[in-house]
Design a protein around this ligand. Sequence first.
Ligand code: SF4
Length: 493
Amino acid sequence: MEIFLVNNSYKYAVEQIMLMLFPGESPIYPEKSSGALSTTVKLSEGEKIVTATSCIVDEEGKRYWGKATANKADFTDKIIEQRLIQRAVKLSFYRAGIKKLGKKPLWGALSGIRPGKLMSELIDSGLSEKAALSAFIKSYDADREKAKLCLHTSRASRRVTDNLGKKDICLYLGVPFCPTRCAYCSFVSQSVERSMKLIPPFVDALMKDIKATAEQVNSLGLNVIALYLGGGTPTTLSAEQLDAVMTALEDNFDLSGCSEITVEAGRPDTITKEKLLVLRRHGVSRVSVNPQTMSDHVLETIGRRHSAQDVLDALALVREVGGFQVNMDLIAGLPEDTTESFAATMEAVLALRPENITVHTLSLKKGSRITLEGTRIPSAEEVEEMVNISVSGLSKDGYAPYYLYRQKYMSGGLENVGWGLPNCDNLYNICIMEELCSIIAMGAGASTKLVTGTGRLERFFAPKFPTEYIADIDKTCAAKSAIKEFYHELSAE
Ligand code: SF4
């Protein structure tokens, strides 16, 4: 799509809406129109308002207009001014876009990954839940059901913030190995088939990382409220390796204030009784056993190399060992899946009564094998139907949404939602999605995000690939001093 910006340079905002409404298009900024599909986004300033006007011109020369305004009286500082003008730019282009398409997306003009935060902001500004719901629908042209999802997740967020201390943090530890690589995977996860020999040096490097991170956390007196082992699939490690990692975490951090420890045991083919006993001994309170689908045909298509029966067996083992809450991940929109087989998956998983069920919609990023191989993917309408099936089944069975996020390239522009039985919300997921406290990370590809109550935010990343992580471990450990610097600057402010 050819883009012309007049009196503004809000490229990113315009491109976000373009990606959402016209996913097949790429942005180009030519000098003059070539007659291809184009949009012109113009800003004009009046005494009291700034007006954004967008005009989309299609290949036949037909024009579609959209307009939105920002009120100058609301410009309390430069950051807010930019934000409100950017919102007007997006809305004007969105309004023109839906006229051209003749339909509107369920999330309306919302293109960000954390819509729940916007609902929380409306409520924090003093609006009642009812007024916030109306304002949300009106401001972003969002569907009422999507807005209600955000209302639920913002309630869960408030339950956490009410008890959150200034020094509370979550810890994350990333283990970038899986038994095989799923076809839709875009994580930098090495399959064990190819990289078995990397695991022992990875665990050695992780020990150094844990020690260096704990030195920072302890010297600042930060309080660990939740610990999350993800990846990859941490249970790809042997029982001895898991024992060593958990022991190192306990020896180096004060976990007395830590109310939950989650371990992703996502792939049922990595779960053994011995490993579960190790996890239970170390106080792990929640594990994920992720079927993604209960259709053997779909499992085979996505390269999981396990069957639905393996999921049932793994879950039975988890329940037999006992002491864990269970999360089960599902994906709507997997290749070869249908609304009927998704409904059967939903029914089978609900019958197992796990404490959490997370329903993702497929996000096909560059680098995942599915995108390359052109497997049949359910249409946006089918995915929407699958999501509706999940919402009605989960609500009927007593689950409520407690966190949600959206990603780029998601089927139908939909969302990922974590659902929980009463009092079974996962604290870590709420903290990370709502950016409620710092997430301090260890392991390969792990991203540390330091946040404050005032919205200041800083991120840094460990090397993604296990080989780089192992080779650069001393540099990664030295870089952890940024944690202390961030908190010292904060107390000096
Ligand atoms: S289990 Fe997750 S991280 Fe591992 S290969 Fe599959 S999608 Fe990727």
